[in-house]
Design a protein around this ligand. Structure first.
Ligand code: URA
Length: 442
């Protein structure tokens, strides 16, 4: 294999053979193709795309770069949820323990921050001691014992995605349907699931702002699932504003704990319950989404879901004190309020500006080697459509220094637009996509 020749062919718009893509992905995962060549190929793919055959080959190669979880001993169904990436999206932190507390196994393999979006692994690692780098054996044992595990790609499990994911993050090559589909589905198929629910983010804060592209992405992943006997249901959810209030790793963990305690922002609860209901129906535990919602409600009110989160934190080496007292999470040294500059109606809260803002404050990576500061970020309580008065607090900045507080305030000033009338927001959950059907819910 002559890698520059493959890059040249893709750059010129020619398809690559399945065997060529496979060799390239496996050689890169093994460290025998350098990142700079892979980065060049990713950029060529960004502009030229991959056809279905190439996407399937990419996904299979990524999957075969490691081993799969062996959960065959489990008697329970195994379901998971994965998001295409959002800002303030801490749904996974709530859903994994919530669904596991109802007796369904949730083997959840997640990612780190990607582009302007946050990553579940980074959020979890803001809990002191929490370990996301589980071995295959540790993950299998933990899922058998407590019903869930939240882990990252590793040398053993989808190592190809681990490397490609980090490389795409650092080279602005995220927003490509076949790359997203192969990245997500290689992780999910490696989990040996009996069902998967996808949260396809829609709007300017998502990787694919056009609805037609989001539907194409969902259909591609449903197709990949079908090839591996994994039924997939996708919901399209709004990402034209951040989800919930908190944006930033430790701040989001605190907000997820609030939801598990029966509180939290309404939009976050709604999206979490919509996705959770699909998981429970897919698992066949309940026949209807209404029954599923009632079950999740009881699990939260009874404290079972929060207790399962505590079990998860303990199992993965985290400080369980955080669960009862989120004040123990890393705290930013400086905090300042941001107030509405005028009377009016919140027109937009730009999720992309907020996501990049978190990175700017140190809560995300600018390059692959960066260490992140889990304590920084924003809490934005204003939502599009809210009427506000001049001087009213609408958000807070959490920062490492006084200078960064100013940076944060400037970011909020750009991201939060207040005018005389509100723009129309996207429905929180707008479409449900299954094999062969796109249902409008709004
Ligand atoms: N989530 C993933 O795991 N991969 C992507 O490419 C995008 C979101």
């Amino acid at each position: 294999m002559i890698v520059p020749r493959l890059i040249e062919r893709k750059r010129n718009g020619e398809p690559l053979e399945a065997s060529e893509l496979r060799e390239l992905v496996l050689e890169h995962a093994a460290g025998r193709v350098p990142d700079y060549q892979m980065a060049a190929l990713l950029m060529a793919i960004y502009f030229r795309g991959l056809d279905r055959t190439e996407m399937n080959a990419l996904m299979d190669a990524m999957l075969d770069s490691g081993k799969r979880l062996d959960l065959s001993r489990l008697k329970t169904p195994r379901v998971d949820k994965h998001s295409t990436g959002g800002v303030g999206d801490k749904v996974s932190l709530v859903l994994a323990p919530l669904i596991a507390s109802l007796g369904i196994a949730v083997p959840m393999m997640s990612g780190r921050g990607l582009g302007h979006t946050g990553g579940t692994l980074d959020k979890l690692e803001s809990i002191p001691g929490f370990r996301t780098s589980l071995t295959l054996g540790e993950a299998e044992k933990q899922i058998a014992e407590i019903g869930c595990a939240m882990l990252g790609q590793s040398q053993e499990i989808v190592p190809a995605d681990r490397k490609l994911y980090a490389l795409r993050d650092a080279t602005a090559t995220v927003e490509v349907i076949p790359l997203i589909a192969a990245s997500i589905m290689s992780k999910k198929i490696a989990e040996s699931l009996s069902g998967l629910v996808l949260d396809i983010k829609r709007g300017p804060g998502s990787f694919l702002p056009e609805l037609a592209d989001e539907i194409r992405l969902a259909e591609a992943m449903i197709d990949l699932g079908a090839q591996h006997a994994c039924p997939v249901v996708a919901l399209v959810t709004a990402m034209d504003r951040p989800l919930g209030y908190a944006c930033g790793n430790a701040l989001e963990v605190a907000e997820a704990i609030e939801v598990l305690n029966g509180g939290g922002p309404q939009d976050l609860i709604e999206v979490t319950f919509a996705l959770g209901a699909e998981m429970l129906v897919l698992s066949t535990l309940v026949p209807t989404r209404e029954a599923a919602r009632a079950m999740m409600d009881t699990a939260i009110r009874s404290g079972r879901a929060l207790a399962k989160f505590e079990e998860l934190v303990v199992a993965q080496g985290g400080d369980k004190g955080v669960v009862g007292n989120p004040e123990r999470l890393p705290k930013a040294r400086h905090r300042a309020e941001f107030v509405a500059p005028r009377d009016g109606v919140v027109q937009t809260v730009d999720p992309r500006a907020i996501g990049y803002g978190v990175i700017e404050l140190g809560g995300g990576r600018r390059n692959m080697e960066d260490k992140i500061d889990p304590s920084v970020g924003f809490v934005i309580t204003a939502k599009p459509g809210d009427r506000v008065r001049s001087g009213e607090p609408v958000a807070s900045v959490y920062a490492r220094s006084k200078d960064d507080l100013e940076v944060g305030r400037l970011i909020l000033g750009e991201a939060i637009v207040i005018s005389d009338s509100a723009a129309t927001s996207l429905p929180l959950v707008s479409h449900r996509i299954t094999a062969g059907e796109v249902e409008s819910l709004a």
